[in-house]
Unconditional design. Structure first.
Length: 439
């Protein structure tokens, strides 16, 4: 495996994907380049066996699928998410201080580490909705330069800061945008200029801050990768690469990337939505299959919920479970939780272990310390719409939900390879609890 090459591609994807809208846009371009056909939820689908397609919802979630044959066994799926904790720009964003500075009013999206957002160049990206003759149109906007900063208070004005500080999102986290000038609506004028329209054309916006520090590889032998949004674009990238390299034979390969995992997945484009179920049903119907065929195919399907995991922290090794200790570059992490916060059970864990072994990639296990509550993922949330054998995995990383996270560069390549094997394989039910694994 060429670790460096895979991670250079990942770095390019990360640098060009400041938020979910751009991540999906970049994945769509890659899928089109690979010869897949775009279909839309609002139009009829005429699908053919032997071909690949993709569909988006809200421009911030995407499902791509490759159909090997009409009488396929099931669906081999990997789901990840493309949103990250971030600050969203509010409406009427400009706040003037002493008639000298303009700062922007922002609010939290998801649960982030606040401190690392301070004292670094930031910019803004997202989508704007503009008026057209016939209705409305979406445009993506990325102000691709260092634009703003959230300045810390000097230690002389906050002597106790190093003993722990409670960041107030309304007070501490507002970015400095510009000097106060004569101009009104300087922020919206900038956005309109970048989008090639007038301020009066803009009906509404979804705009977010992002960290300008580009992704990089570091460590003595470039064994680590550091970037914003590794959770979960590292998995989304690996899933897409594995999907494109796969050779689906008996099952439909399905690459899903959802939005809004960081805020509970409960939106129309989140994992709790009908997006996956609707798509699988339409594949089934479009090929002339019955509802029974659909249910049988779900019983012979497998879903990998791929969302990054916590590696053992070099300065806090005590925070990790005593016997399940994932390290960066030691392979794919299979996550377990007795309360099923992670979907993995003995059956799905066993299937994932078999996939990794077939792919010749290492794997490790994660559980939270028994006295610590962990996060959850999209795996169990999506079960309420499409219930099937599901495993929760991730790549081990540090500083989750910082705007600059660290992960292992070898692990990217391991997941690409495991995804390739998964998307090429089939899991055929031969009685509940018994499965024929075809690689
Ligand atoms: Zn995540």
């Amino acid at each position: 495996m060429d670790f460096e090459k895979v991670n250079e591609e990942l770095i390019s994807f990360l640098n060009h994907s400041p938020n979910a809208f751009f991540a999906v846009d970049n994945m769509c371009k890659t899928l089109l380049d690979a010869g897949l056909t775009r279909v839309y939820e609002g139009m009829p689908w005429k699908l053919e066996a032997g071909k690949g397609y993709f569909v988006t919802r809200n421009d911030s979630a995407v499902i791509a699928f490759r159909i090997p044959k009409k009488d396929y066994t099931g669906f081999q799926m990997m789901a990840s998410h493309c949103d990250s904790p971030v600050f969203k720009i509010k409406s009427n964003a400009e706040i003037t201080i002493d008639n000298q500075y303009v700062k922007l009013n922002v609010e939290k999206y998801g649960g982030m580490l606040c401190a690392p957002w301070l004292d670094r160049p930031l910019s803004v990206a997202g989508r704007i909705i503009i008026r057209t003759q016939e209705g409305i149109e979406t445009r993506l906007v990325n102000v691709d330069r260092d634009l703003m900063i959230i300045p810390n208070l000097a230690i002389h004005m906050n002597r106790q800061v190093n003993d722990g500080y409670a960041f107030n999102a309304q007070v501490d986290m507002l970015p400095l945008f510009c000097e106060k000038g004569e101009e009104k609506d300087a922020f919206l004028k900038l956005i309109a200029h970048e989008a090639g329209c007038e301020v009066s054309d803009i009906l509404d916006t979804d705009l977010f801050l992002y960290n300008r520090m580009p992704a990089t590889m570091l460590g003595l032998n470039k064994e680590f990768i550091a970037s914003g949004r590794l959770d979960d674009l590292q998995c989304a990238f690996a899933s897409l690469q594995g999907f494109l390299q796969a050779d689906p034979k008996d099952s439909v390969a399905v690459h899903c990337v959802f939005d809004n995992e960081e805020v509970g997945s409960g939106t129309k484009q989140g994992a709790a939505s009908t997006f996956l179920k609707d798509t699988l049903h339409r594949i089934n119907r479009s090929l002339g299959r019955t509802e029974d065929d659909y249910l049988m195919s779900i019983a012979s399907s497998f879903l990998v919920s791929a969302d990054n995991a916590h590696a053992v922290h070099p300065n806090h090794p005590e925070k990790t479970d005593p016997t399940n200790r994932p390290y960066m570059n030691k392979g794919i992490v299979i996550k377990y939780s007795a309360n099923q916060k992670y979907t993995t059970d003995a059956v799905s864990g066993a299937i994932m272990r078999a996939v990794c072994e077939e792919a010749s990639v290492p794997y490790q296990t994660f559980t939270n310390r028994s006295d610590m509550l962990g996060g959850s993922t999209l795996g169990n949330i999506s079960q309420s719409q499409v219930a099937l054998n599901t495993v929760d995995i991730g790549l081990p990383q540090l500083a989750m939900h910082s705007p600059y996270e660290t992960a292992g560069s070898k692990d990217t390549a391991y997941l690409v390879e495991a995804a390739r094997v998964l998307f090429s394989s089939s899991v055929e039910g031969t009685g509940d609890g018994n499965y024929k694994l075809k690689f």
